[in-house]
Design a protein around this ligand. Structure first.
Ligand SMILES: [Zn+2]
Length: 344
């Protein structure tokens, strides 16, 4: 008897989905008075989508900078530990072995990541502290300039043309020494190339889209994609910058981004970095949504790919688009697992 598509989705989902970028600590911090947010608000969606590893990103909003950056980052990590401690279903993981143990025991693994090194100020010692707290992936910048370098802007040209600062180079080198993944999401094109020139391990771009379909410097060009491929890195496809137009912000077009990367550098270099953000965006007053539109862009959420319970929709679409099962498993988890094994 031929296996139904539901059975195939179930089977492919069973090994778990890895999402390398989620703004979870920020939300836990904003809801710090409430407690048990993780189990009440996130666990049902993680379970429905068979999510097995989540890159939990420390990110500091402008309003906390510069004075409170370090404290808010520490508090975000504190909330993640506190909430994880109240549940049997989660584990904060610091190594490939710990991730595998979590997967084998049916726990959802968090890998703490840092999106922009603002919490470090310009003090390399702080990187060591965050490493001890469990940070295992670091992106030097978000969109704004900081002590390490410059972010890529949300336009086709015009990002600062300089690369990293001396501090940014130190951070990138120290990440490699410590065993922290260097994440090239957001950084400007000059910084992107400079990080690659001073590091040797496989790089990642945790959450991005391809400029071929959304031409802004925050995304990555074909030349940049090839640089990641040459180093056997992995690119996580983002769900919120799939297209400048609302009409093309679809699950199918999300898969086009996967296909484009795979066509350029092979299936071994493409993964998932959903960057689900609608739940935060909806909590904002209209004034803040407008601020985001003015500063960056208006995000177009994909209606059937807006939260982790929708991961099954992606698996279904990959099957429908003709990806073979080995390739689907690589996209859903195996490529990220290879990076964890190589770097952590
Ligand atoms: Zn981001």
């Amino acid at each position: 008897m031929k296996e139904s598509i539901q059975d195939r989705i179930d089977r492919l989902q069973t090994g778990g989905i890895i999402d390398m970028h989620f703004d979870l600590p920020m939300d836990l911090y904003e809801k710090r008075q409430r407690g048990e947010v993780l189990e009440a608000e996130f666990l049902p969606e993680f379970e429905a989508g068979n999510i097995s590893v989540v890159g939990a990103a420390i990110y500091i909003e402008d309003r906390y900078l510069p004075e409170a950056g370090l404290r808010v980052a520490l508090d975000q990590i504190a909330r993640l530990y506190a909430e994880t401690a109240t549940s049997e279903r989660f584990a904060i993981c610091k190594s490939y072995r710990e991730i595998q143990t979590a997967r084998e025991t049916g726990k959802i693994a968090f890998l703490i990541t840092m999106e922009g090194v603002e919490p470090l100020g310009s003090d390399l010692n702080q990187l060591r502290v965050f490493y001890e707290l469990g940070v295992r992936s670091v992106g030097l910048t978000h969109a704004r300039t900081n002590a390490a370098g410059h972010g890529g802007i949300f336009a086709a040209s015009g990002s600062p043309s300089e690369g990293l600062t001396a501090f940014g180079r130190e951070v990138a080198r120290e990440c490699e020494t410590l065993g922290v993944i260097v994440d090239l999401a957001h950084i400007n094109p000059a910084g992107f190339e400079e990080v690659l020139s001073i590091t040797t391990k496989p790089p990642i771009v945790s959450h991005t889209n391809v400029r071929r379909y959304y031409d802004i410097e925050r995304n990555i060009s074909d030349a940049q994609i090839k640089m990641i491929g040459e180093r056997r890195g992995v690119i996580g496809v983002n769900s919120i910058l799939v297209s400048p137009g609302e009409d093309k912000s679809t699950l199918d077009h999300y898969v086009d981004h996967i296909e484009h990367i795979a066509k350029l550098i092979g299936i071994d270099s493409v993964g998932i970095g959903f960057d689900f953000f609608e739940f935060i965006y909806r909590q904002w007053p209209e004034s803040r949504q407008k601020e985001l539109a003015a500063k960056f862009t208006t995000p177009h959420f994909i209606h059937d790919l807006t939260n982790h319970s929708h991961a099954r929709n992606l698996t279904r679409r990959l099957i429908e688009r003709g990806f073979c099962e080995v390739d689907i498993e690589k996209i859903l988890r195996a490529n990220w697992l290879r990076i964890f094994e190589q770097v952590l």
